[in-house]
Design a binder for this molecule. Structure first.
Ligand code: ADP
Ligand code: MG
Length: 728
């Protein structure tokens, strides 16, 4: 066994099992490190509290004097709780979070030290942001960028640092991050949904989009992970023969959580609890060493922040337990990858879930309104929604028969399909009293009963209605949920605005009653959005054909998926909803293409290194052993040696064949990479990487994995799947 591999396995076995006892009740620890409303009540003056609250509810500005007061209060609280530094915490377009720590410490001109943190530092900072991706925004405009406080997501103490969630924008106002567009989208869906919700209840004055994500991940022993250059550099295994046992026994799913993992989970949950992340469920997933964690759902912006924070906390806690978390969507071939279902709904400030059927016909009409409008929005912008979850790593999942397909469709179940079919049959214009009664009692009125036994769930659907929320299932485990949430909330907002216009016209101009008008418009939507509804097997090839007939998009790779971002319709949508300007969208497309290119480029380089520096030398060493053996047999048996060296000779030959192709494919890949690197247009370059470079990866892997089966285990240089996945 190679020294590296041997040491890694030895290390992994020496690990001390560290147990963390859960002390105290979770509910008492909850959000102890968060400057939330409770803390504000304790630490802020009435004026300051009112100002912050109104900023949270209506997005109003906080004036400088008040900001100073708030900063003073947060500083006092943070220092009392052990914080020494503060940072603006933001989401650059890299997909993760960034921070720049400053001490609360300053010197007066006379040399005395004091602890400073004023409204200025709370509200705005100017990080040296030149190295964050900006997709051209900061070349053509003012180069500087700044971060600005987002009061809707409370500050928190992480370790010894006070973290202040912020947006990140260029001086000219363009968003350089994922949070600013999300906040704009949430604002527009709030306005549009509130206006529609008022049809049913005048008291509604705010609607929040809610998000409950389910984070899947793999946990691998840290030394084993570090022994693999591909895991270290790319987050996944580029080569590796699948283990004799995979997930076929289904013995991992919901099985007993291994003790070392459980101690990691316990500590993670304690940390999350203090940070106000309401984690709730934990269990094993389908693949060996794969797990899932889900929280109670929250307002979408907060939920996005909490997911990003969670990913960070997970990495740090795992480190303490000598584990490595893999967030990559497909770390191992042959077993399931990881995703991050996004459960989404709309909630009013009167405590109503607008996607939850109610107990009266009126409440159900409200449910149907938001339900059908969401379907219509997704139908209209299915390709755009697909683009929001595109990434090089998620390409391994979408459309590979384990995660939802790349084709977007909606599953609503047999019963709700039945309701929509009946609504479609309603006559146009005014309804007779009989029709109305029939509709209200027998169609709309029956929905709650239906929902109770609407238990059939279609796991192959990318966008499923699950009783009181929609579940978007194609989101990658690494993806920042802000991206799909920005698109989903924007398209629903746009749709609700159009809906309200149409209903109001029917009421004002055609003299229809409000409920009649709503029925009329919904009926049209049900008719025109039919193609997006699909309840069958999303993995089947028939569906692919059928979807093509329905003119649904089927973008299997990232370069294809990203094209729609800059279509006339997408630009018009984002601009009219004031979510993103043309410049901002083009910048995002550019950044995503760039990320794709870099990702595949790095994988290509690692492939080259693995094959030349690890695989080829070990394979030759083993082949030499066989050759020595054959030579020895020749010495012993003379001319008849072949009778005794048959198998050896076959293996020597097989090795040579595989080796030959392995080398030539690797070289050809490198050549294609060189050609791609010369390209300057990012679209062309991304396509070159996708269509010319990447196809070699499978071929190289195939040969390398064949060789892994042939070569002596002792000589194989890389930690094997069996060791990575089944080490406890
Ligand atoms: P499954 O694994 O079957 O999809 P889970 O129970 O693991 O279901 O996850 C359900 C998720 O849906 C949880 O994260 C939960 O917080 C979230 N959720 C429940 N209700 C809502 C809602 N109204 N809005 C958004 N998310 C919700
Ligand atoms: Mg789910």
């Amino acid at each position: 066994m190679s020294k590296l591999r041997f040491k890694a396995i030895l290390d992994s076995q020496k690990r001390s099992r560290k147990y963390v006892e859960e002390k105290g009740r979770r509910s008492e620890q909850f959000a102890s490190n968060v400057f939330n409303e409770d803390k504000m009540l304790q630490h802020l003056t009435k004026d300051a509290l009112a100002s912050v609250k109104s900023a949270i509810v209506s997005g109003s500005k906080i004036d400088r004097k008040i900001a100073d007061q708030v900063a003073e209060a947060i500083k006092g609280w943070a220092i009392n709780n052990g914080a020494t530094h503060y940072t603006h915490w933001f989401q650059p377009l890299t997909g993760s979070t960034a921070e720049k720590h400053d001490a609360f410490f300053d010197l007066l001109p006379d040399g005395r030290a004091l602890e400073t943190f004023g409204g200025g530092q709370l509200v705005q900072q100017e990080p040296d942001a030149s190295s964050f991706p900006h997709g051209g925004i900061r070349n053509t405009f003012e180069a500087r960028g700044y971060t600005a406080w987002d009061p809707t997501s409370p500050a928190f103490i992480y370790g010894t640092t006070l973290c202040i969630p912020t947006i990140f924008v260029a001086y000219t106002g363009e968003a350089l991050d994922n949070k600013a567009p999300l906040l704009r989208a949430l604002h527009s869906v709030d306005q549009a949904a509130t206006a529609v919700a008022k049809y049913f209840d005048k008291n509604v004055s705010k609607v929040n989009a809610t998000l409950g994500w389910e984070q899947e991940y793999f946990l691998i022993d840290k030394s084993l992970a570090q022994s693999r250059p591909d895991i270290v550099m790319t987050g996944r295994t580029l080569i590796g023969q699948t283990a004799a046992k995979g997930q076929q026994l289904d013995d991992h799913y919901f099985g007993v959580i291994p003790s070392r993992v459980l101690s990691f989970m316990k500590e993670l949950e304690v940390e999350c609890t203090k940070l106000g992340i309401p984690v709730k469920t934990r269990h094993n997933e389908v693949a060996p060493n794969q797990f899932e964690l889900a929280p109670v759902f929250e307002e979408a912006n907060l939920a996005v922040d909490h997911n990003l924070l969670l990913m960070d906390v997970m990495e740090k806690v795992a480190e303490k337990h000598s584990l490595k978390v893999l967030f990559h969507e497909k770390p191992f071939a042959g077993i399931n990858g990881s995703g991050k279902h996004n459960n989404w709904s709309l909630a009013t400030d009167t405590g109503v879930n607008l996607l939850s059927p109610g107990s009266t016909p009126m409440k159900n009409l409200q449910f149907l309104t938001f339900f059908v409008n969401t379907i219509k929005a997704v139908d209209e912008y299915e390709e755009l929604l697909r683009s929001s979850i595109a990434s090089a790593s998620n390409d391994h999942r979408l459309g590979t028969n384990e995660a939802p397909p790349a084709i977007l469709s909606i599953f609503i179940g047999k019963q709700l399909n039945g309701v929509l079919d009946e609504l479609e049959g309603v006559s146009k214009g005014k309804l007779s009293p009989e029709e109305k009664t029939e509709l209200k009692l027998n169609v709309v009125g029956k929905i709650p009963e239906i929902m109770l036994d609407n238990t059939d769930r279609n796991r192959t659907s990318p966008f499923a209605f699950t009783g009181n929320k929609f579940e978007m299932r194609g989101v990658g485990s690494k993806t920042n949920c802000a991206k799909p949430m920005t698109v989903l909330n924007t398209i629903v907002a746009k749709q609700l605005i159009d809906f309200k216009k149409e209903v109001d016209i029917l009421v004002d101009k055609k003299n229809l009653k409000k409920d009649e008008a709503i029925f009329n418009v919904l009926r049209e939507y049900i008719k025109t959005s039919k193609r997006i509804r699909f309840d069958g097997d999303g993995y089947s090839s028939e569906w692919e054909k059928e979807a093509k007939k329905r003119k649904l998009s089927n973008n299997k790779n990232t370069p294809d998926a990203l094209q729609v971002l800059t279509s006339k319709e997408s630009l018009a949508l984002f601009e009219s909803m004031k979510v993103m300007s043309g410049v901002e969208i083009k910048a995002r497309q550019e950044v995503e293409l760039e990320a794709y290119i870099l990702h595949v480029q790095i994988e290509g380089r690692v492939f080259n290194e693995l094959i030349y520096s690890y695989i080829i030398p070990s394979v030759i060493e083993y082949q030499n052993r066989l050759i020595d053996n054959v030579m020895g047999l020749k010495d012993v048996f003379g001319a008849s040696y072949k009778d005794y060296a048959n198998s050896q000779l076959v293996i020597i030959q097989e090795i040579s064949e595989h080796l030959d192709i392995l080398k030539s494919k690797t070289d050809a890949m490198v050549e294609e990479r060189k050609k791609a690197n010369k390209m300057t247009d990012s679209h062309k370059k991304a396509y070159a990487y996708c269509e010319k470079v990447k196809p070699y990866f499978d071929e190289i892997r195939y040969r390398s994995d064949k060789l892994e089966r042939l070569v002596d285990d002792e000589l194989w240089p890389l930690t094997k799947y069996r060791e990575l996945l089944f080490a406890k």
